[in-house]
Design a protein around this ligand. Structure first.
Ligand SMILES: *[C@@H]1O[C@H](CO)[C@@H](O)[C@H](O)[C@H]1NC(C)=O
Ligand SMILES: *[C@@H]1O[C@H](CO)[C@@H](O)[C@H](O)[C@H]1NC(C)=O
Ligand SMILES: *[C@@H]1O[C@H](CO)[C@@H](O)[C@H](O)[C@H]1NC(C)=O
Ligand SMILES: *[C@@H]1O[C@H](CO)[C@@H](O)[C@H](O)[C@H]1NC(C)=O
Ligand SMILES: *[C@@H]1O[C@H](CO)[C@@H](O)[C@H](O)[C@H]1NC(C)=O
Ligand SMILES: *[C@@H]1O[C@H](CO)[C@@H](O)[C@H](O)[C@H]1NC(C)=O
Ligand SMILES: *[C@@H]1O[C@H](CO)[C@@H](O)[C@H](O)[C@H]1NC(C)=O
Ligand SMILES: *[C@@H]1O[C@H](CO)[C@@H](O)[C@H](O)[C@H]1NC(C)=O
Ligand SMILES: *[C@@H]1O[C@H](CO)[C@@H](O)[C@H](O)[C@H]1NC(C)=O
Length: 895
């Protein structure tokens, strides 16, 4: 939660009238804003509500809906007399109620409805006093109607702000738009008449707030569309113009295919001679209903151009109807080269992202000349904000003369993709590495940049991102200032109120979030100066987080300062430039110390090598047991010049050849000095020597591992969200009309939550597989075979087999919604995510777990039954991790 949330909160709490749950509205008649006018499509203003029921933090992805025990809300009819048992209802029961929407509006182009639901009979205050913020999260369902009064079927967009899951008539949709981004609405064609819409209401403290009445506010909007290729967002994402030049040539436009047939994008052309534009990826397909970014480069021929106008050339796949054009224009923003301005760069998913850059000021007295390179000051924004909001981009204006390259990364979305983790942090690193291209593009003559030295700070969610950088890139961070940050999602909003679950299962779920539990990784901060700041009156991120980490930093022997501001809340003007923060930035950018060179005695803690950089010249490359932390403690004896390394749960690691200069290197009581190669040996790769634990437990010098499909390595390591470590667009392959809807849902959710690009491909045809990871969707025996010849999970038409690490096989028969989601290897460190079900309904169950919201906790594989829908994760029959050789790890559960 966040700064953005605070804004949303302030809005909701002060401007929204609370509606009484027992209010009985009129019967369900479509209500038009202007009487007498028939609008083509309308929402009802009265909604039938059933709830509240308990739900845990981010648990809804797993199901855990008690009404599913009765066959689902969709199968229940409004009845004032029926009681449903509920752990949070008065008298242990809840009943149906009618709610009047806060507002319903319709016009000739669509209809909007907003609902503000509260349950004032529940004693939230008492529940909260016992269970904390977890008690302010709950779920319920609401039923309304969409009426198409037009005589013809209507193609519409449906926006579902703050909603995760809904049904329209008999169709289920998972993903929605939980943060209200409005980036990838559902495209749906509705027949004349009335359509039932059931929406699942899920309250989430991180995104909806923890102060005041626990309301659920959701918005639905229908918009009629043309049924062809349309702009999904007005304008072009393009860099600012600095001193008459574009700060970067990369640009993108988001298009949506609202037609019933696929569209092929043929190219992009400039509409005006003052500009030229060229497509990067011509000939790509936007499937029916899909939203995708079109990326291209732009160059300006006239320094004074004030806007860019381009045309996207496309045709319906198959060429029917000829070539069409979609035009879009964008006014250019001009900035002085020294003021914060927008640069565009590629995210590894091959999408255009942006950051705000402020190069070192001409008046700053830094070392002059091109060779003196200055560090990068990274500032990470809070949730709900864009990097180009003035509050972010101008936060450091009060200190213009810093000797650093100041960079405000976007993190791709206002929630930085996945809270600045795999997806969002990749954006940060790509923005940093774009600086040399900027230097060239604008012919910069000032000081250079050192891409490997970062001073990092951030606020709220960005404070948490700062901890992520500290604990995962300790060799790059020269100093850090986390401000009002939280330590992990589990500590933020407790996981109480999940459905009961076998501790073995909860350990697996929890283990798959290891990388994001910064309190466990604090040892990695050793040697890095840290300044923490937090407002004592913060009711959004409790000061507890900073106080707690401050205490852990002391125990980890990390030098840190802690400032608690007595009268301040979560955010205030100047929060990032208080006196001690200014002094800290000034002092640290001038500090030329090489963090790693000074480290002699330290520890390295690794959740997953897939997202972990080196520290002190050591990098862990494989863990023995995934889902469990690994660590290496390094002790240096200054008298003898000897290193002693103790490892725990580490299978292989690399050490820098500087260790060769010491008198002795003992790894787990075994002297390695004699085995280590000399400086010219081919076993030294980029200054690194690879050590691996042999089967008898003895450490040996090893060739750098060949990244085939046999060894799980690099980007493949991690839990299910390792699929997000992609180089290129995603490819979603599927085989039938039945699987297309799920393919489209996955594509929609990837774009909604990560701005991620994906191509949807018919798996029986060859297509645009790109270089990225593949998501394979299959039903029954129709599943693309694995690239790994003896992969431990195999499916048939009606069953699934898992081979455990000892080679014994367990077969699950295909009744009760058997379905599964799991990773498989591809070559070149790529991954495949398999979503499989014995039938279409089961497939929908597995598709819920495709990474989307943080904190859900998906391990490498999960085999599910329909009972997940009410039992949550306890309904999974098998789950766990794959080890370094893609075998099912011992820590897995095969029930
Ligand atoms: C309390 O719940 C029971 C069923 O559990 C129901 O029969 C009874 O009517 C409820 N009382 C009220 C006041 O709702
Ligand atoms: C209809 O209402 C929406 C918002 O409620 C608005 O954005 C849109 O411009 C309106 N359309 C027309 C044709 O008035
Ligand atoms: C192209 O656009 C620029 C401004 O954006 C304008 O000054 C110029 O006249 C235009 N040229 C043509 C050929 O339309
Ligand atoms: C910055 O330096 C320039 C000369 O290099 C000078 O003209 C200008 O006044 C200085 N600005 C400030 C704010 O000191
Ligand atoms: C910058 O570095 C290069 C290579 O290290 C060197 O050749 C050049 O002379 C240096 N220039 C200055 C101005 O120091
Ligand atoms: C803490 O670090 C300091 C300086 O790096 C060192 O002298 C001291 O021995 C360390 N203490 C412990 C308990 O590791
Ligand atoms: C460090 O090395 C010296 C010389 O070999 C030895 O006497 C001493 O015991 C070692 N210290 C520790 C803490 O192992
Ligand atoms: C995929 O291609 C095959 C072969 O052309 C075709 O039979 C099948 O209908 C296609 N499936 C979809 C969903 O388009
Ligand atoms: C992986 O499991 C298989 C049994 O399925 C076993 O034969 C093989 O030795 C295991 N590989 C490793 C590296 O443990």
């Amino acid at each position: 939660m966040t700064f953005g949330k605070c804004y949303r909160l302030c809005f909701w709490y002060f401007f929204i009238s609370v509606i009484d749950a027992i209010h009985h509205g009129p019967a369900m008649i479509p209500l038009d804003s202007q009487e007498g006018i028939q609008h083509p499509i309308t929402f009802t203003s009265t909604w039938q509500i059933l709830g509240p029921f308990q739900i845990g933090t981010r648990e809804a992805t797993w199901g855990s809906d008690p009404l599913e025990f009765f066959g689902g809300f969709r199968n229940l009819q409004y009845d004032e007399e029926t009681h449903y048992r509920s752990s949070i209802g008065t008298n242990g029961t809840v009943k149906w109620a009618l709610f009047e929407s806060k507002s319903t509006k319709s016009n000739s182009s669509g209809s909007d409805v907003s609902l503000s639901v509260t349950f004032p009979k529940v004693d939230w205050t008492f529940l909260q006093s016992v269970y904390g913020w977890a008690a302010l999260q709950y779920q319920a369902w609401a039923r309304g109607e969409i009426t198409v009064t037009a005589d013809e079927p209507q193609t519409v967009l449906l926006y579902t702000d703050y909603i995760l899951e809904y049904w329209i008539d008999d169709n289920h949709y998972f993903g929605g738009d939980f943060y209200g981004f409005r980036k990838a609405p559902l495209v749906i064609r509705l027949q004349p008449g009335s359509h039932r819409i059931d929406i699942r209401l899920v309250r989430d403290v991180r995104s909806m707030g923890g102060v005041g009445t626990p309301e659920i506010n959701v918005e639905l909007a229908l918009r009629l569309v043309s049924g062809s290729l349309e702009l999904a967002k007005d304008g072009i994402l393009i860099a600012d113009v600095v001193d008459g030049r574009l700060a970067s040539p990369l640009a993108s436009v988001v298009v949506r295919n609202t037609g019933g047939e696929d569209v092929t994008i043929l190219g992009v052309e400039a509409m005006n001679d003052s500009v030229s534009a060229s497509t990067i990826d011509p000939g790509f397909v936007v499937s029916a209903g899909q939203t995708r970014p079109v990326i291209f480069t732009v160059s300006l021929h006239e320094a004074h151009s004030s806007s860019v106008e381009i045309a996207i050339r496309y045709e319906r796949t198959g060429g029917v109807g000829g070539i069409s054009f979609l035009t879009v224009s964008q006014a250019l923003t001009r900035r002085s080269i020294y003021s914060p301005h927008k640069i565009t760069h590629l995210h590894p998913n091959f999408i255009v992202s942006y950051a705000i850059l402020r190069p070192p000021w001409r008046n700053a007295t830094c070392h002059p000349g091109k060779n003196s390179s200055l560090p990068v000051l990274l500032q990470l924004h809070g949730a709900g904000l864009e990097a180009d909001d003035d509050l972010v981009a101008h936060a450091l204006d009060p200190i213009p003369d810093l000797c650093a390259w100041v960079l405000f990364p976007a993190g791709v979305t206002p929630w930085s993709g996945d809270d600045w983790h795999s997806w969002g942090f990749a954006d940060v690193e790509h923005a940093v590495h774009f600086i040399p291209s900027w230097i060239e593009a604008v012919d910069w003559q000032g000081p250079g940049v050192n891409l490997n030295r970062w001073l990092i700070s951030g606020h709220s969610n960005g404070g948490q991102g700062t901890w992520y950088a500290l604990t995962h890139r300790p060799s790059n961070v020269i100093a850090a200032a986390p401000v009002s940050g939280y330590t992990s999602i589990q500590k933020y909003v407790p996981y109480e109120f999940w459905q009961p679950i076998d501790p073995r299962r909860s350990a697996i779920l929890s283990g798959s979030l290891n990388s994001y539990r910064h309190e466990m990784l604090i040892d990695n901060c050793r040697g890095i100066p840290i300044l923490q700041q937090h407002g004592r009156a913060d009711d959004n991120v409790p000061t507890y987080h900073s106080r707690f980490l401050s205490q852990l930093l002391l125990q980890a022997n990390v030098s840190s300062q802690y400032y608690e501001l007595r009268d301040e809340g979560h955010w205030f003007d100047g929060v990032m430039t208080t006196t001690h923060l200014r002094e800290f930035y000034q002092e640290q950018v001038a500090n030329n110390v090489e963090i790693d060179d000074n480290l002699q005695t330290f520890s390295l803690v690794v959740a997953t090598p897939g997202d972990m950089g080196p520290k002190g010249g050591i990098r862990v490359t494989q863990l023995e047991i995934p889902g469990q932390y690994g660590r290496i403690d390094v002790i240096f004896n200054a008298t003898s010049g000897a290193y002693a390394l103790k490892t725990s749960n580490v299978m292989s690691f690399e050490i820098h050849y500087r260790f060769l200069r010491s008198s002795s290197v003992v790894v787990d009581d075994r002297e390695m000095r004699s085995q280590l190669p000399d400086g010219n040996s081919p076993l030294i790769d980029h200054g690194q020597i690879s050590l691996q634990r042999a089967l008898d437990g003895v450490w040996e010098v090893h060739d750098v591992m060949n990244p085939g499909v046999i060894h799980r390595s690099g980007r493949q390591l991690g839990s299910l969200d390792a699929i997000l470590r992609v180089l290129g667009h995603f490819t979603i392959r599927h085989q039938s009309a039945e699987t297309f809807e799920i393919a489209l849902q996955v594509s929609r959710n990837l774009f909604q939550y990560f701005s991620a690009d994906s191509a949807i491909i018919n798996s029986s045809l060859t297509g645009d597989y790109g270089t990225g990871n593949i998501i394979t969707i299959g039903i029954g025996e129709h599943l693309h075979p694995s690239a790994h010849s003896r992969f431990p999970i195999e499916v048939t038409a009606s069953s699934l087999l898992i081979r455990d690490c000892e080679g014994s096989e367990k077969v699950y028969e295909g009744e009760d919604g058997l379905s599964a989601i799991f990773l498989r290897p591809l070559n070149d460190e790529r991954l495949e995510l398999v979503i499989w079900g014995v039938d279409k309904r089961s497939l929908q169950l597995a598709a819920r777990l495709v990474p989307m919201l943080t904190g859900v906790g998906q391990p490498d594989f999960v085999v599910m039954r329909r009972s997940c829908l009410w039992k949550g994760a306890e309904g999974a029959v098998a789950m766990g991790f794959f080890d370094h050789s893609w075998n099912v790890s011992k820590s897995s559960l095969i029930g």
